[in-house]
Write a protein that binds this ligand. Structure first.
Ligand code: SF4
Length: 461
């Protein structure tokens, strides 16, 4: 780390890349200039984004944007591809415990219309398939399966059901009707244990009746047998325990990165790169070993910047706790342009950030982790964690970013905002961010500006 942190647009990164190369930059096989993702991959949205200028950020972006190539290469090399849907962070831990399997989330196609600025026409094609804008952007997954232009067709498709939103349930069923066989596994809606009912602690300060943990464990047992059949090797306790141990290595690194960046006096890494880094937790961007290398580089960069007192966002920026991932990545830049910084986040998969217990039978440990999914329980549980994290990170404001069409909880934002206001007394707003938010930038900007002005005014009281 020998240059000051700066935000660069794509042209700025063209020059920066040449400079790094002149200075002997060493890159992995998926490395290269960011520009090529626009020229070859048609990821036009990159032209509207501001990126961190570090080699660690370059590696992160290249890693993210080469996932489909990686999956196709793995298939060509004889590996089996597992499409895991909806659970965000459970089945991939099992799949990567077995040799020769690569797991990915077809759900991730929801960012394709954003990155390609809708030039892929996935949303329009979804509409032609009967899944219109009353569904959330995850509907992009449906035509992506059909046209085969993005990810390879999985050898095995696994999807959770039960405590699952209507959008995903309907889209996955449509997928099955189109001939894509799905192995369904059930996760019940997490409920508080009744009096005298045997209880299990879950990661994230949660608890569930033992009967629910037993149910998820037996469902995951079925999934494990199918994965073992695909890999030609039984997924036994030793293999799974090792897979959990490595998943926890990823989670520990992410925990250290989040702590370093969010708790620092000013932000050593930008919000956008942090969002992408957090997403690596759910399925390791289809390469578990490389995820660890990418995270180590980001952590080293953040720590070096903190030591040197060099920051991407200054200490006066308003400390913002952000709820839900944004369909348009540009929104994370906007937050910082208008004077905010992220001090904490809940991108809907906090259970994939918490450590999986290593002192329990591995499948039970994974069942407990799956049941801690914030989307499988009451919004009040999620809100309580958000309140705790806001307190710990001294958040000044909360932004709940709404996902257009999302049915997971029609009143989610209202419940979380009410809890934040009641327990912390800090301002909280709800914003809707579509896959390409250009037309809404003035309105989004005004609301964020007003929020930050309110927070600054409260500092002087
Ligand atoms: S409705 Fe919500 S939980 Fe369901 S797929 Fe869409 S964003 Fe995800």
């Amino acid at each position: 780390m020998n240059v000051a942190p700066r935000k660069l647009d794509l042209s700025g990164w063209d020059d920066r890349y040449e400079e790094l190369q002149r200075n002997g930059l060493r890159e992995p096989a998926y490395g290269g200039p960011l520009r090529r993702h626009v020229v070859r991959g048609k990821d036009y949205r990159l032209e509207q984004l501001q990126f961190d200028n570090s080699p660690a950020a370059l590696r992160l972006w290249n890693f993210l944007l080469t996932e489909n190539e990686r999956l196709h290469r793995a298939r060509a090399g004889g590996e089996k591809i597992v499409g895991t849907m909806k659970d965000l962070g459970t089945v991939p831990v099992m799949a990567y415990s077995l040799p020769g399997l690569r797991a990915f989330y077809p759900d991730g196609a929801w960012w394709t219309p954003c990155l390609m600025e809708c030039s892929d026409r996935l949303l329009q094609q979804a509409e032609a398939m009967g899944v219109d804008a009353s569904f959330c952007p995850v509907r992009a997954m449906l035509p992506a399966f059909e046209n085969g232009e993005h990810f390879p067709k999985p050898d095995l498709l696994v999807c959770s059901t039960g405590a699952v939103c209507d959008d995903f349930s309907a889209i996955a069923q449509r997928l099955e009707h189109l001939g894509h066989a799905i192995l369904w596994w059930e996760i019940p809606r997490r409920r508080p244990p009744a009096a005298a009912e045997p209880v299990c602690d879950l990661p994230g300060n949660l608890a569930a009746p033992k009967i629910q943990v037993d149910c998820v464990q037996s469902e995951l047992q079925r999934v494990g047998e199918a994965l073992g059949g695909l890999a030609g090797e039984t997924l036994d306790d030793d293999l799974l325990a090792n897979g959990i141990r490595i998943a926890n290595q990823v989670r520990r690194r992410l925990g250290a990165l989040r702590k370093s960046v969010y708790a620092a006096p000013a932000a050593p890494l930008p919000a956008l790169e942090m969002l992408v880094a957090e997403m690596l937790a759910i399925h390791f961007c289809s390469d578990r070993a490389e995820t660890i290398v990418v995270l180590d580089a980001l952590l080293a960069e953040a720590q070096a910047r903190i030591r040197l007192g060099r920051f991407s966002v200054n200490a006066q920026a308003v400390r913002t706790y952000w709820v839900n991932p944004v369909a348009d990545l540009r929104a994370m830049n906007l937050l910082e342009e208008l004077g905010g910084r992220i001090c904490g986040s809940d991108f809907m998969f906090s259970h994939a950030l918490d450590l999986i217990p290593e002192n329990l039978p591995p499948l039970e440990a994974l069942a407990r982790s799956a049941l801690a999914d914030p989307m499988a329980g009451p919004t009040a549980d999620r809100g309580a964690r958000i309140v705790r994290e806001c307190q710990a990170s001294r958040a000044e404001v909360v932004v709940v970013s709404r996902i257009p069409g999302a049915s997971h909880c029609a009143r989610e934002g209202e419940i979380i905002r009410a809890m934040v206001r009641l327990r912390l007394g800090i301002p909280a707003i709800e914003l809707e961010i579509p896959p390409v938010c250009d037309a809404l930038l003035p309105a989004l900007g005004s609301r964020l500006q007003a929020l930050f002005e309110t927070a600054r005014a409260r500092r002087t009281k």
